[in-house]
Design a binder for this molecule. Sequence first.
Ligand code: ASP
Length: 578
Amino acid sequence: MKRTAMIGHLTPAHAGQTVTLQGWVNRRRDLGGLIFLELRDRSGLVQVQVEPDSAAFADADRLRAEYVAEIEGTYHARPESQRKGGLADYEVIATRVKVLNTAKTTPFELEKGDSVAEDIRLKFRYLDLRRPEMQRNLVLRSKAVAAVTEYLNREGFVQVETPMLTKSTPEGARDFLVPSRQNPGEFYALPQSPQLFKQMLMIAAFDRYYQLARCFRDEDLRADRQPDFTQLDMEMSFVELDDVLSTQEGLMAHVFRETMGVDLPVPFPRMAYMDAMNLYGSDKPDLRFDLKFTDVTDLFQGGDFKAFAAAQAVKVIAAPELTRKQIDELERIAKQNGAGGLAWLKRDGDGFTGGISKFVTAQAAELIARTGIEQGGTLLFTAGEWKKAVGALGAVRLALRDLFDLAAAGPQFHVSWVTEFPQLEFDDDSGTWTYMHHPFTAPHPDDLDLFGTDRQGEIRAQAYDLVLNGFEVGGGSIRIHDPAVQAKMFQAIGFSAEQAREKFGFFMDALEYGTPPHGGIAWGFDRLIMVMSGATSIREVIAFPKNNRGVDLMALAPSPVEPGQLADVGLSVATSEN
Ligand code: ASP
C-alpha cells in the first residue's frame, strides 16, 4: 500500500478520510487497554490510537520506539474535551498496522537530543538527524541552496566546478595535503578556497561564476569552524565594489525572503574597518544593539594616572549598573582577550565611586559628558596597545550583550558590511608584513603610492566582509587585475619573484593575457545557515560534521591506513618515542 500523505501534510480537510502513513514510532504508550502511538516522518508527528478489539492491535503491540511502521486508519478530530487548537486536535484511529522494520533500543532518547552529550549524537548521527530540529536545519539549508541557485541563475551567473585535488591557495590556514601515487614524493593540496580558479574563470571570459564549493582548512576548530566546510563562492567581471555589494544585497534579501519569510532592509549599512574596531572592538560587530565605545585617550595622555597616561588607546563603554561579581567576570573576559585589566567606575551624582575613582576626579565631568553614563551605571575601560584595548573591550561588549540580553531589543537579523580593511598587516611573530584578506585583493587606488613606504599599514584594501548578528558570513574583494600591482603586492609580503612564480606561476601567466577588472566574494554557507536557524554551533547545520578534535565519530576518520597504502604513495609513518 502506498502512503497517502506525509504526516505534516495532513490538514483538517482530511478529517473522516482513510489515510495510509509511513514513518517511525516516536513513542508508544499503553493506556486503558488502548495503544497510543506517535508516528513521525520528516514532515511531522501524529497520534495514532489502536483499540483493543481492532484488527491492527496485535501488530501494533509489537511496535517499539523507532520501529518503522505503516499505519492505515481514519483521520479524525479528537473528542472536544481534548482539543487545544491546531493539528494536535486530530489523530488516526488505526484499522491496520504493518511493521515495516524493527529497531534496536536507541543509545539515547531522541527527544532528549539537545541535552545528550554531543559525542554520542555524532556517533549515532543517523539517529540524531531524525530529530525534528535537525530535520528543520537541513531542510532550511536545502531551501537556501535552492534560493541561491535560482537567484544567481537568473542574474546570469554560470555554475562551474573547480578541482578538489589542486595546488595550495593562500587563505591564511594550513593545507590538507594528499600524496600522489603516480608522482611519488609530490602532493596535491585540497583547496582552502577556489580563489585562483574563479579568477581564472574571469580571465576565461565567463563573466559571472558561482559554486557551492567545498573548502578545506587545517586550523584549530571552534563552534563556528569545520576542517571541511561549504562556501558559496562567486566572482564577477567588469564590476566595481558597489556592483558586487548590491548584487550580494539582492541575493541575501532573496534568500531570507524565500526561506524564512524575513524581509531584510537593503542596502545594508556599511562601516569602515577602523570605525568598527574603534566603536565596537570587532571587525564583525554585532549591530543588533548599540553600546558603542567612547575614546578617552586624550583625557589621560601624559597625566598622573600612570595606567592610562602612556596608553596608545583608552576606550570606555557605558554599561548598566553592575555588581562586583559581574565586574570581576568581565575583567576575566577582558584579560582573556588581551587586556591587562578592566578599570571601572560607578556613576554617583556628579562624580564616580569605586574602581579607579580616586584617580579620575579631574576627568569626571568630561567622562560623564562624553559617555552619557547614567546614575548608578558602570563605566568600563581598557587601555594599552590599540588593537588589544579595542579587542578586549569588544569581548566585554559581547559579554554585556549576553548578560543583559541586549540583542533581543534589536531586529532578529542584522546584516551589514565592513569595508576598507587594511591591505597589509604586520605579523609580530614572523616580523614581516602579510596580507589581511589574501594576496590577490586590490588595494584602494588612492593608496598605491604607500607600498614600500613606512606607511604600508595604512593601505586600504578594496575588501569587504558581510556580517550577520556578529558573525562574519562572507568576505571578498575587488581583485588585482594589473600584473604590475600584483608584483608590488607580492613584494610587500616578502615573496620574491621566484617564490611567487613557484607558488602561483600559472596564475601570474594568466594575468598577462587580458584580465578584466573583476571582484567577488564567498559566503561561509554553514555559518550563515547556523545563524539563520538560531543554532549555536555550525555542527547543527552540517549533516555529518567532525567534532572539535577534527574527528568524524561515526565513520571514525581520520584513521590509520594499511602499510601497503602508504608504500603506494611512498610514505611511512614516523613513530616518535614520546
Ligand atoms: N577566497 C576568499 C575566501 O575564501 C573569498 C573571496 O575573496 O572571494 O575568504
